[in-house]
Ligand binder design. Sequence first.
Ligand SMILES: *Cc1c(COP(=O)(O)O)cnc(C)c1O
Length: 396
Amino acid sequence: MTNWEERFGASMMRTLAPPLAVLVRGYGCWVWDDKGNRYLDFLAGIAVNSLGHAHPAVVAAVSEQVGTLAHVSNYFATPPEIELAERLKQITGAGDPGRVFFCNSGAEANEAAFKLARRNRQNARGDGSRTRILALHNSFHGRTMGSMALTGKPQMREPFEPMPGGVEHIDSTIEALERELDETVAALFVEPVKGEAGVVDLPDGYLERARDLCTRHGVLLIIDEVQTGIGRTGAWFAYQHYGILPDAVTIAKGLGGGVPIGALVTFGAASELLTRGQHGSTFGGNPLVTATANAVLDAIEEENLIANATARGEQLREIIARLHSPLITEVRGRGLLLGIGLAEPVALALSAAALEAGLIINAANESSIRLAPPLIVGDGELEEFERRLAQALAAL
Ligand SMILES: *Cc1c(COP(=O)(O)O)cnc(C)c1O
């Protein structure tokens, strides 16, 4: 038998922790490892596999498009790219004059948004002195230099300082917004639910107040929906629960159903800030990934998966409640992005016990478990989840 773990350890960059398992196959909400063990996947590649594994719509879209036209460069356009841009304008609510920039990941979508923010220089006096960019403590926006500068975790940034300038981190409170937002600020970056922080919600009324104040002071409200977007919280985008629109939204994870794709969508006047030649990406928007994303959006609509995310999310909360575990103190998040708060810092041990019981859940930090199952999850999988999580809790 091949020792994949040993070969991984000898060849992969040390940035990665040793793998939890070596996976070889997936179908629906299930994956199999190299030893033939089967796991119920309640992480979905970190909210990426919105349609689960090997969904026929994704398989067909990738197969057809790779055999037709996979890549052409940005000197040319392709129908799937134009169609996806139009659909993203529609589902985000950007409409006209919204615009879309395609890239390959969440970090790159936030890099594009960072460059957009730098272009919002003019204040009411016209002296071009907007230089501050605000982001939230404990937020996560990616690992490239710009997206890392936005990320509110000092321990992530410090080994790579100096960061691109101008970014300040503030508390996720309405008071901090009221104190900090003024004519010196170019943009405010917000994650509507902080996924990497352990699925942490914003205070009530936060996004509505942020929208008000950003409009009043000419600040771009940039919402990072890389993890929350594409139906995961029970709406196409989490900000839609609050009846507001951002000036820009970044999208990635769930959009491609497993193929790498990211996007920045701009709204209204923000669509005029980046001009010809100011940004680009070789792979961005290629027909292989955009055709696949179109198929993912079709399947979400045809299979009613946004309503499913809401209903299954409620069911999951009920299941967790009826386990009556003294270890579980709260459930956070919305739809199918849920965080389980633990009374003790044992998230790693619990996720390991769950893996033993054939269930993949994620220790987002030492006292939070993150659940992000595929949006296709159904009754059978919820029953399996309950049984396996109960088994894991009992094994602790
Ligand atoms: C995952 C994530 C990113 C980074 O996306 P990558 O594709 O890993 O670059 C950015 N923002 C949020 C909110 C994320 O969850």
